[in-house]
Design a protein around this ligand. Structure first.
Ligand code: NAI
Length: 441
């Protein structure tokens, strides 16, 4: 099938590449010429495991191309996927300007039937807005009778495992109103859900709602675990044992129960805010979502509080090694990363930070440009040099079994503040290190 993907970011690029892998001819459009240049030069603008190989293979096969030419991209796809950003507005609601602009471009230029598929995470009712924008552009051209379909197809991939998630999805949700759109979407996704009944076909509003409900449910789990971890410390319990104890109940399950330094990234923070706004606008402000967000903001400070409790408010003269900057492993995404808050707070108290991340350093330098006192190290060892204590902020695999002797020998104060509970307290202490983690004695 001929597919156009509008917006070549984390979601759009993975969607385009994976759809082309199944034989579709995909054209990816972006308004950012720098991104398209990188792609046309044989690279990819983001770090995502396995993505470069899929992109290169399908570009070579002539099934995947990248362009900034809107006219060409609208002409190309029978299916037009909108995968542009929906960042938070000042009040927290989703900013739909990019979605609307993409829809208007389609209406302005389409000459035959298009199925317009919204893949961006958008508030309930956006399908109607997309339909209205396209219809408005068609009317301006005197083409009001031209038919088109609108669909909602929210994306559930996880950054860091995006290709694997897209290729083997837990479920595909499609919100659609007409048979033709449903048939095309079923055909498109059939290869990804072969022999598995994993397509959920519903109405557009329910599909839009599913995405927010899913992310907010997950964010709630994290905030609840984080709150429990703080309580565990107070009452002298071990949150890791509590996690295992409750996770073995199949109604609770083991995933997404890890306490840490708060959730970040481009999705949970903005989606929690956006659903809270939707609730407020509909006359039922959400107490749950407000609490989820508040707990998360507090949790980003949990390591800072432990550091201040240990050293006092004035951290001048102290240098902290920081392992991990990205909001989670296997990505270079720094959007809303808790590391940014932690670094800012430490610098404000006069400390220096020597940070190391396996892939996110370049992006970190961009988003924290000019932050005096923050420097970047080439590796774990270099980050430790001349540092007083170590902070672990992202649970990259390479941090899981480090050179404990080396850490103990490098750190002046021999203290590890672990925001991800990576180590057995007994073990790390046996190397002569003081160990402060989350929710453990
Ligand atoms: P992103 O910011 O990485 O990419 C968006 C891209 O759209 C940018 O490259 C931008 O230049 C481009 N763009 C903006 N307006 C355009 C237009 N009119 N025409 C063509 N291109 C345009 O965003 P990301 O992370 O890929 O997210 C996209 C949507 O998917 C958001 O709604 C997000 O909530 C949702 N989502 C994101 C996930 C993630 O893990 N990043 C997972 C699931 C959903």
């Amino acid at each position: 099938m001929k597919v156009t993907v509008i917006g070549t970011g984390y979601v759009g690029l993975v969607t385009g590449a994976c759809l082309s892998e199944m034989g579709n001819h995909v054209m990816c459009l972006d308004v950012d010429p720098a991104k398209i240049r990188i792609l046309n030069d044989g690279g990819i603008p983001i770090h995502e495991p396995g993505l470069l190989e899929v992109v290169r293979r399908n570009v070579a096969a002539g099934r995947l191309e990248f362009t900034t030419d809107i006219e060409k991209s609208v002409a190309h796809g029978t299916l037009q996927f909108i995968a542009v950003g929906t960042p938070p507005d000042e009040d927290g609601s989703a900013d739909l300007q990019y979605v609307t602009a993409a829809a208007r471009n389609i209406g302005r230029l389409m000459t035959d039937h298009k199925v317009i598929v919204d893949k961006s995470t958008v508030p309930v009712g956006t399908g109607d807005k997309v339909r209205a924008a396209v219809a408005d552009e068609l009317a301006k051209r005197g083409l009001s009778e031209m038919e088109f379909s609108v669909c909602s197809n929210p994306e559930f991939l996880k950054e860091g495992a995006a290709v694997a998630d897209f290729m083997r999805p837990d479920r595909i949700v499609v919100g659609a109103e007409d048979e033709r759109a449903i048939l095309l979407m079923k055909a498109l996704y059939q290869p990804f859900v072969r022999n598995r009944d994993r397509m959920i076909i519903t109405d557009i509003r329910s599909a839009e709602f599913i995405k927010y409900a899913a992310n907010c449910m997950l964010a709630t789990r994290i905030s609840f675990m984080n709150e429990l971890s703080r309580l565990a410390e107070k009452v002298g319990a071990d949150i890791e044992m509590v996690r295992v104890g409750i996770g073995s109940d199949p109604r609770i399950g083991t995933q997404f129960l890890y306490p840490g330094v708060g959730y970040g990234g481009s999705c949970f923070p903005k989606d929690v805010k956006a659903l809270a706004m939707i609730a407020a606008e509909n006359g039922m402000p959400s107490k749950m979502l407000t609490a989820v967000e508040e707990v998360n903001e507090e949790q980003k400070m949990v390591l800072v509080h432990k550091i201040v409790a240990r050293y006092g408010e004035d951290l001048s003269g102290k240098t902290f090694a920081m392992w991990g900057l990205a909001f989670k492993p296997n990505t270079d995404d720094m959007r809303e990363a808790p590391s940014r808050v932690i670094i800012k707070e430490l610098l404000a108290r006069g400390a220096k930070v020597q940070a190391y991340d396996p892939v996110a350093a370049t992006e970190a330098q961009r988003v924290m440009e000019g932050w005096a006192g923050l420097s970047y190290a080439e590796g774990q060892k270099q980050a430790l040099e001349g540092a007083d204590a170590l902070l672990i902020v992202t649970e990259w695999k390479e941090f899981r079994t480090p050179d404990f002797d080396g850490i103990a020998a490098s750190l002046r104060d021999r203290i590890v503040f672990d925001g991800r509970n990576l180590y057995e307290p007994e073990l790390i202490r046996s190397f002569g290190l003081e160990y402060l983690s989350i929710g453990r004695r």
